[in-house]
Write a protein that binds this ligand. Structure first.
Ligand code: NI
Length: 132
């Protein structure tokens, strides 16, 4: 169980407690949703979550998210302090040249690589999130 004692979690301390990239940690839960922290750098993979939106908040650095919508491809740029929601069913590929720290909000059990995805390279952790 994550944060079973229901104690406050300092996000800075939580981020300092791990180094793995593209490997989210679950900091707490809200109803059936996980609040996850991730450190990222380089490229993730194209993937899609068929049944859920995916919420991103950039805590540090800059995140880019490539999107395929209605046959068109575009990229959104999230600077520190920006939020963005990838709608369910939308193919997306996050990346960050310089590295970024993220807070994600998504239903418990959501896989980092979605329900359909490109081949998963070694630097990407296919996970539903790890405990802090
Ligand atoms: Ni995703």
């Amino acid at each position: 169980m994550i944060n079973e004692g229901n104690e406050p979690v300092n996000l800075r301390a939580a981020l300092d407690s791990f180094d793995a990239l593209w490997s989210p940690r679950i900091v707490t839960r809200v109803n059936d949703y996980d609040v996850r922290l991730a450190k990222v750098a380089g490229e993730h993979i194209w993937h899609v979550h068929e049944n859920t939106d995916e919420f991103f908040l950039v805590l540090a650095g800059e995140l880019r998210i490539a999107l395929r919508e209605r046959g068109e491809e575009r990229e959104v740029v999230l600077t520190k302090g920006s939020v963005f929601v990838v709608p369910r069913g939308t193919e997306h590929k996050p990346s960050s040249a310089e590295g970024a720290q993220l807070l994600l909000f998504e239903p418990r059990g959501t896989l980092t690589v979605g329900d359909r995805h490109d081949e998963v390279p070694d630097h990407v952790d296919a996970t539903t999130g790890h405990a802090l």
